[in-house]
Design a protein around this ligand. Structure first.
Ligand SMILES: [Zn+2]
Length: 136
């Protein structure tokens, strides 16, 4: 088993998302027709099916919708992280995304916790958007 955490599989559709993350930016697609903000990256708008999409930088802030505490590492590379928090975060722009919440004791987690994006550096220069409690 690998001791390295998994890396993203980059496609033409997801490339702007991952390139933004390398620069410390959380990128979202936005529909030019209906203005819906979209996550995860895809070739069409999740609201109106338009393929006329643009990329915008998100504020990187949101609130926890739900979460779980992971005690059983899914890969050997996560063995040193357990227990850790896996959450669904509703971004201020509207879309929800799944990520870890770092920098908090699992017992202190709660629904509606305000969070802000941070970037976890992985091998190959990849940076994976995660969250931490917003303290400001
Ligand atoms: Zn749309």
């Amino acid at each position: 088993m690998s001791r390295e955490k998994p890396l993203p599989h980059v496609t033409e559709t997801t490339r702007p998302y991952w390139e933004g993350a390398r620069l410390g930016k959380l990128m979202l697609q936005r529909c030019r027709r209906c203005r819906t903000a979209i996550h995860y990256p895809r070739p069409w708008c999740s609201a109106c099916w338009s393929t006329d999409l643009d990329w915008v930088e998100a504020a990187g802030r949101g609130r926890v919708v739900t979460f779980t505490v992971v005690h059983q590492p899914p890969f050997e590379a996560y063995a040193g992280d357990v227990p850790y928090v896996l959450a669904v975060v509703k971004l201020d722009e509207g879309p929800q995304m799944m990520a870890n919440v770092l920098g908090i004791e699992p017992a202190a987690m709660r629904v509606d916790l305000p969070v802000r994006v941070v970037f976890e550096r992985r091998s190959g220069g990849f940076c994976v958007p995660q969250f931490e409690p917003a303290r400001d």
